[in-house]
Design a protein around this ligand. Structure first.
Ligand code: GDP
Ligand code: IMO
Ligand code: MG
Length: 423
């Protein structure tokens, strides 16, 4: 059996949580492979709305084993809060949730460092979620991080203190105050005690044994391809590998065992945080998208920047991920528009038109070149199948399929589980 991967093709918040929850009944395992509490994955069903940050989005399906893989950076305080928050849903997290001992731990000073680094960047700040993601991955790659398995060791406290001392030296260089640290540490060690009681495993065996037993696994991406540390708009990116390849390293699965790659995109674009966004709208159209799409961050509550769909960027994400099926989200948000624009090219300051994301593009002011399509201008509330779609929405879908050369197999027309149309 091969492992399917689901990931966001834009700048995050494409609706990954919703779709993992929708697809979960077809799988036995759902696994997160990168990122951490910078993610906010929203699920809606039976009138309930729930946002998950670190726990995989299969957690509401009682037959599914949810794995937090080695590639994830995990905040114990947030994990405890998340598990407490699941209390009212009578979820058996001891049965349905396992965590890799090789996942990396976010400690309180990682969050202070995140804030210190951002502050020092002034108006060049990344717009980090301030969850400590960058500093934690820095320590992982720098070979000084703490891992989940370490919390079971009698030397944990010693290792922790050594790392904190190093962080304090850096924080003093940045003149960053430590006033909050004592309170954060109290919460941290309280959460660690709880963490020690969870199911901590060598998840690479769990995953590969499951594949050998023909069990179906869905790897759930966080963030989006355009935030990938290698291929995103660096330095305005996150610190992990958000692409299909990241699912291999983040779970310990061979590339030869990757099956379907589901690429999720919004019918338009959004971005939170700083960095280039060629199709960003600063006018009433952008405001209407934000209002209709309720485009405010699931993790930080920040308003999301909004703009039309960007084909060169989408093609790039499809290429680096080997996407086999596209899922288009939030089609209903475009219901209000008479006309819908899609960026087909970028125009450089020299007048030259390009449709590739070069190294230089991050620092170049490009102008989007648009094709205009007809809007459907009606509600999609009663739509139950692809045949019910208004002609203009069918036109939009088939135009995108022609341009992207990958079939759009699913169109989402609302936040609820049931507002999902398979094509
Ligand atoms: P994720 O990070 O990719 O899981 O996405 P988020 O949960 O951060 O953001 C997606 C938002 O859009 C959430 O509030 C979802 O409830 C909502 N959503 C998902 N699909 C649809 C859709 O088809 N239509 C509308 N209107 N909202 C959607
Ligand atoms: P999900 O999984 C949208 C953005 C931040 C910032 C940049 C770096 O919900 O799609 P970080 O905290 O990772 O150092 O921030 O990345 N970012 C996201 N934007 N959705 C996310 O996750 C994001 N996770 C990080 O806004 O611009
Ligand atoms: Mg999100």
């Amino acid at each position: 059996m091969k492992m399917d991967v689901l990931l966001g093709l834009q700048w995050g918040d494409e609706g990954k949580g919703k779709i993992v929850d929708v697809l979960a009944p077809e799988y036995e395992i759902v696994a997160r492979f990168q990122g951490g509490p910078n993610a906010g994955h929203t699920l809606e069903f039976d009138g309930i709305k729930h946002v998950l940050h670190q726990i995989p989005s299969g957690i509401f399906r009682s037959q599914i084993l949810n794995i937090i893989g080695n590639g994830v950076v995990l905040d114990p305080i947030i994990l405890k809060k998340e598990i407490d928050g699941l209390g009212k849903f009578s979820i058996d997290y001891m049965k349905n949730l396992v965590i890799s001992k090789k996942a990396t731990i976010i400690i309180p000073t990682h969050k202070l460092l995140d804030a210190a680094y951002e502050q020092s960047k002034g108006d060049k700040k990344i717009g980090s979620t301030l969850k400590g993601i960058g500093p934690t991955y820095q320590d992982k790659i720098g070979r000084s991080a703490l891992r989940v398995g370490d919390i079971l060791s009698p030397e944990f406290q010693e290792k922790y203190t050594a790392l904190v001392d190093k962080h304090k030296t850096i924080l003093s260089f940045y003149n960053y105050p430590l006033d909050q640290l004592a309170e954060m540490e109290t919460q941290f060690f309280d959460a660690i005690q709880f963490f020690q009681t969870l199911n901590l495993i060598d998840s690479e065996y769990e995953v590969n044994d499951a594949l050998n037993e023909n069990k179906r696994i869905l790897a759930e991406g966080a963030q989006g391809s355009l935030l990938d540390v290698d291929f995103g708009s660096y330095p305005f990116v996150t610190s992990s590998s958000t692409m299909t390849a990241g699912a291999c390293t983040g779970l310990g699965v061979s590339p030869s065992k990757i099956g379907e790659v589901f690429g999720i995109f919004k019918a338009y674009c959004t971005r939170v945080g700083s960095g280039p966004f060629p199709t960003e709208l600063f006018d009433a159209v952008g405001d209407d998208m934000r209002k209709e799409g309720n485009e405010f961050g699931s993790t930080t509550g920040r308003p999301r920047r909004c703009g039309w769909l960007d084909l060169p960027a989408l093609r790039y994400s499809i290429m680096i991920n080997g996407v086999t099926q596209l899922f288009m989200m939030k089609a209903d948000v475009l219901n209000i528009f008479d006309e819908i624009k899609v960026c087909t090219h970028y125009e450089l300051p020299s007048g030259e038109k390009i449709d590739r994301l070069s190294f230089e593009i991050t620092d170049t002011e490009v102008k989007p070149v648009y094709k205009t399509l007809r809007g459907w201008n009606c509600s999609l509330e009663d739509v139950r199948s692809y045949d019910d779609f208004p002609a203009e929405l069918k036109e939009y879908v088939s135009y995108l399929e022609d341009e992207l050369k990958v079939p759009i197999k699913l169109v989402s027309v609302g936040p609820d589980r049931v507002q999902t149309i398979m094509k």
